[in-house]
Design a protein around this ligand. Structure first.
Ligand SMILES: NC(=O)c1ccc[n+]([C@@H]2O[C@H](COP(=O)([O-])OP(=O)(O)OC[C@H]3O[C@@H](n4cnc5c(N)ncnc54)[C@H](OP(=O)(O)O)[C@@H]3O)[C@@H](O)[C@H]2O)c1
Length: 222
């Protein structure tokens, strides 16, 4: 799987879960993040980087989009500027990257797309801890379903991974400790817990699964 035609673009691959995905992929990973000069919220920046990548190495086999800022506050205490920033980070960046990369996968008639939402975002219930964030993640889940349907004939799958409370160096540890008693498994998740699912979604074996939102949350939403 190390040959060039199987490269996987990881957007947000310099920290947390994305970094874990990059480490698991080794030489197959192509990493974009702001510190690599690609701002995924900036459509022009994404289009430029995508053009260079596809010209140099062809369509990626996989696209993993992990960008997504978190913010805890009630809806009425979330100002429009903050909401828009969350929207850009969690949703628009995913749309920009999908529009720039997925057409090359469709042309190649194969591919795997993985987006990141958050456990519970797809459920019909209030999410009082971080309502703006969860509303936007819910939109991402729905967008992914539609993209999955658009791409299915081309054998490009599109799925969503929805982490629960995943501990890493930059994770929101105070919030995670507060929520920990609600996790039936009694522990925070690890990056490795999530990477295992991403690796499977990037494999040939997952080719008949598309449009799904898959929680990795130790039972948090049960
Ligand atoms: N960790 C959890 O417990 C948890 C729980 C539920 C959902 N999630 C979701 O899972 C995903 C990954 O979470 P995480 O905790 O690993 O995230 P993270 O630690 O915040 O890492 C985010 C990555 O995205 C990059 N990034 C941020 N803004 C960017 C931009 N505008 N353009 C390009 N790259 C950008 C960052 O690198 P640069 O700073 O270099 O740009 C970094 O590599 C997110 O979508 C998050 O919402 C996480």
């Amino acid at each position: 799987m190390a040959n060039d035609s199987r490269h996987v673009l990881v957007v947000g691959g310099t920290a947390g879960i994305g970094l874990g995905v990059v480490q698991a992929l080794g030489a197959r990973a192509v990493v974009w993040s702001r510190r690599h000069g690609v701002d995924a919220t900036d459509e022009a920046s994404v289009e430029l980087a995508a053009g260079e990548l596809v010209r140099a190495r062809g369509a990626p086999w996989g696209l993993v989009h992990t960008v997504g800022d978190f913010f805890e506050a009630s809806l009425l205490a979330t100002d429009s500027e903050r909401f828009n920033s969350l929207l850009q980070s969690n949703l628009m960046s995913a749309l920009h990257v999908a529009k720039a990369i997925v057409p090359s996968m469709i042309a190649a008639q194969r591919g795997r797309v993985v987006f990141f939402a958050a456990a519970g975002a797809g459920l019909p219930r209030a999410m009082l801890r971080a309502p703006a964030y969860f509303a936007i993640k819910a939109a991402l889940v729905h967008m992914a379903r539609s993209l999955a349907a658009e791409c299915a004939k081309a054998k490009v799958t599109v799925n969503v991974v929805s982490p629960g409370l995943i501990h890493h160096d930059q994770s929101h540890q105070e919030s995670q400790q507060r929520m920990l008693p609600r996790v039936p498994m009694g522990r925070l998740g690890t990056v490795a817990d999530v990477v295992a699912l991403v690796q499977w979604l990037l494999s040939e074996d997952s080719g008949y699964m598309t449009g799904q939102d898959l929680p990795v949350d130790g039972g948090l939403q049960l």
